[in-house]
Design a binder for this molecule. Structure first.
Ligand SMILES: [Fe+2]
Length: 177
């Protein structure tokens, strides 16, 4: 089966719609961190980068009367739940393997525990851990990481570079098997 690439995922209209809200820069930067961390931790970089790219696609508008209201937003935030569902739907539409779609969706669901009545530290799988740590690495106070800018062409360039590295990794891995 042909691999669904990060570029395929990024170009889809569902991704374009939802990534605008949480920020393309943050999504692409976290995908880059996730690739490096995945290699170090022995995690599949294809799963890690897809989860990282899509981890915040459940964000919704947090403006109130045209003003940014982060505290208000956080009180009612369920973006990880929404994101998990959106990521799953998107990947299935792109023809992604069902097991991959599930793993990515659960990694999106568990990338934060801010909406849960308990913590997830020590409970995450290595994939889920990599995605949560990669996200943390790019976080800024008051959610400012969601406002960093990046052109679509720059995002596509970086994701294509990641795709090439992932494909090389998967090929080398296959040859060793
Ligand atoms: Fe994030």
């Amino acid at each position: 089966m042909k691999r669904v690439t990060l570029v395929d995922v990024f170009k889809h209209r569902i991704t374009q719609k939802y990534l605008q809200r949480s920020g393309i820069n943050h999504a692409v930067t976290v995908a880059g961190y996730a690739f490096d961390m995945a290699l170090k931790k022995g995690v599949d970089p294809d799963l890690a980068t897809k989860s990282a790219l899509l981890h915040d696609m459940g964000h919704y508008e947090w403006y109130r009367d045209g003003k940014w209201d982060y505290d208000e937003y956080r009180k009612s935030d369920i973006h990880a739940i929404k994101g998990a569902e959106r990521a799953h739907k998107l990947l299935i539409r792109l023809g992604e393997d069902r097991l991959v779609a599930k793993e990515v969706s659960v990694a999106v669901l568990l990338h934060t525990d801010s909406y849960l009545p308990f913590g997830l530290e020590e409970k995450r799988t290595p994939l889920q851990h990599v995605v949560a740590k990669a996200d943390e690495k790019d976080e800024q106070p008051m959610g400012l990481h969601h406002y960093k800018q990046m052109d679509k062409s720059e995002a596509l360039k970086r994701l294509h570079e990641l795709d090439l590295k992932i494909e090389k990794f998967l090929q080398d891995d296959d040859e060793l098997a």
